[in-house]
Every structure is written in C-alpha cells, then in structure tokens.
Write a protein that binds this ligand. Structure first.
Ligand code: BMA
Length: 337
C-alpha cells in the first residue's frame, strides 16, 4: 500500500486502545481537541481543516462568533492537537490588496497544490455557494473568483492536477438545509474557468447516506486510487445524522468510483458527537498522512460544536472499503452528459 503524500516530520497519533468495532478507525481518547469558547468572541470551532507547515501544523477553522456569523480563523499547533488561534478572523483581500471579505464563511478546506495553499469554503453568493482564496505565507490571503454558481457546498480541491487540470469535488444544493445532494467533479486549467462537470456519486441505498452526501477531506493519493473520506446523511424523524463514509476514486478519471464502502466508517456515538449545537454530526474536513508507514489522522467536526480526531492506517482502511464495497451503475460510469 503506497500513499503519495508529502513527507512529514511528525503527526498526531495514538494506537487503538482496544479492538475497533466495525471499521478500522478509532477515536482519539482525549477528544474533543477543541472545546467551547476557544477565542474570546467565538463560541464554537468545528468543521475545520489543517495541514503540516514548517515542521509544525497550521489550520483554517470555522469559528462561530457570538453573533452567530461564521468566519474563518487561523490556528497554529506544534503537535496537531493543541491549537492556538489568532484573535481576529482571516482578512481576505482582492488582487489589488484591498480588503475583500465574504459576508460569512464556513466549513473551510485547506489544500496545497504545487507551491500554493488554497482555502475553499462556503459563503453567501446570492445564497450558499463556494468561495476560494490562495496564500503562500499564511499572511496574505487573496480571494479568487467564485468557482461555481449558487447553490453549492462542500467543495474539495484535489492536492494535484489530474491530466493537466485542477480538480474539485462539490455538492450542488439549495440555499437551506438541503434535503438532497450528490458529489460532482469539475475541472479547471486556471482556477477561474471551471467545466467538464461530471457526476461522481449519488446518495446511497444505505440508510446512513440515503438523504445526501458531500465531499469531506481532500482526496488522498494512493496506489489504489484517490481515497476519499466523505460525509453521508440520513434524515430521521428527529433531524439529520451525519456519518463518515469512504470511497476510492479512479486515479486518472476521478469521476469513476472504484470502491465505495456500504458501511459507515464512523457514526455519532460519543457525547461530543451526539450532543451539541446540532446533535449527531461527524463532519470530516481534513487528514494528515504519513506516507512512510500509512498512518492517517482524520479531523472532523463534531455536533457543530467541537473538533475531534480519529485515526486509521491506509492499508487497513483501504482493505475494509474494498471488502465492503457496493457500487451502483452510476458510481462506475464516468458520468452522463
Ligand atoms: C450542513 C453544513 C455543516 C453542518 C451540517 C450539520 O448543512 O452547514 O456546516 O455541520 O449542516 O448542521
């Protein structure tokens, strides 16, 4: 099993305390790693993304301010577990360097492609849609054109170009608490013009992902294909339940799903996942991988209130996804036109 991810010096890690039940993913015993009121005027941090940076870690965090408006905050950590946040939200600028803030910003992903870091989030663009910015030094954050028309959420950039183009997953939606949603793929030569839109996968027959799905962490390149941790939602009589699912996409044609696990990999069952501002939410947004030994740390938002960590090993999780793979015809085709 090979992971084609950048070499790292260290990563957050804990061996499983007991045997895993179900999938080979285990939670960090000190979860949640970010608790309530982490910054003076921010009530909750959740659904956030991190990346190794200069021998330590840096991240973009969804901070729900006391007035209820979400913005993105920068955080730094030596170990990927204990985080220090900047007091002020990230200031985005336009190409001329003038301040250019979205009205709100939530669920950021953070992906490095070549020598640039990209932040992709959900914002108001006449309704919920995708915003994007780039940085090389985590001091200046230049906003890019909005990649998609409204309404859209859960955009996830691939960590490298495929067939010469940037690739992005997204989930077209409505402007509210969308009761539907499939994952689509779009390509761009320049991060301005997006096209060649293809369907990747739809909601599943399985109850835990039967309402909608959405991209989670940036896909991880492996010798089996792109390993994708995504979220799957079921609509219960008492509201939505968000679980973590796993799939492997074709390396050269990521709109083709090679394997898709019929079981959830992680579903709300601890107090910090079941209890909070929105109960029963496990929302993956980032991973840190060690290509030397296949360790993977998964960062996920819990109950729209906390950030939590879970761990797995590439070999074990890929084997599990393959052994429990159930594909629909739609999953296997490159997408209708
Ligand atoms: C989705 C997004 C996420 C959130 C989830 C559960 O629509 O808004 O930010 O975690 O709902 O509330």
């Amino acid at each position: 099993m090979k992971l084609y991810t950048p070499k790292i010096k260290a990563m957050p890690w804990q061996e499983p305390a007991g045997t895993c039940t179900g999938s080979p993913i285990w939670r960090y015993t000190e979860n949640p790693i970010i608790g309530r009121n982490p910054i003076d005027h921010v009530a909750r941090i959740f659904n956030s993304a991190v990346i190794p940076y200069e021998n330590s870690f840096i991240g973009v965090f969804r901070g729900e301010q006391n007035n209820g408006i979400p913005y993105i905050y920068l955080g730094r950590s030596k170990d990927g577990i204990h985080w220090e946040f900047e007091e002020e939200k990230i200031t985005f600028v336009d190409e001329e360097g003038q301040e250019f803030m979205p009205r709100y910003a939530y669920d950021p992903r953070l992906v490095k492609v070549e020598d640039t870091y990209y932040i992709i989030w959900c914002q108001d663009f006449y309704g919920a849609s995708i915003g994007m910015a780039k940085t090389q030094d985590f001091k200046t954050f230049v906003r890019l054109e909005n990649p998609f028309l409204p309404f859209n959420r859960n955009a996830v950039l691939f960590p490298r170009k495929v067939n010469g183009n940037f690739m992005m997953l997204s989930r077209p939606s409505d402007s509210g608490h969308t009761p539907f949603g499939d994952i689509f793929l779009s390509e761009s030569p320049d991060l301005v013009y997006w096209g060649k839109h293809r369907h990747v996968m739809g909601k599943g027959k399985e109850w835990w992902q039967s309402l909608k799905i959405g991209g989670g962490a940036a896909p991880i390149e492996t010798n089996e294909g792109w390993l994708l941790f995504y979220h799957g939602v079921s609509g219960t009589c008492n509201g939505f339940v968000y679980s973590i699912g796993g799939a492997i996409l074709d390396i050269d044609n990521p709109s083709v799903v090679k394997y898709r696990c019929e079981n959830f990999l992680l579903t709300p069952e601890t107090w910090y996942e079941e209890r909070g501002f929105v109960p029963n939410v496990c929302f993956p947004c980032a991973t840190i991988c060690d290509p030397e030994d296949g360790r993977i740390a998964i960062y996920y938002g819990a109950a729209d209130s906390y950030v939590a960590l879970a761990f797995t090993r590439a070999e074990e999780i890929v084997t599990y996804i393959k052994e429990h793979s159930v594909l629909t015809e739609e999953d296997q085709e490159p997408g209708r036109r």
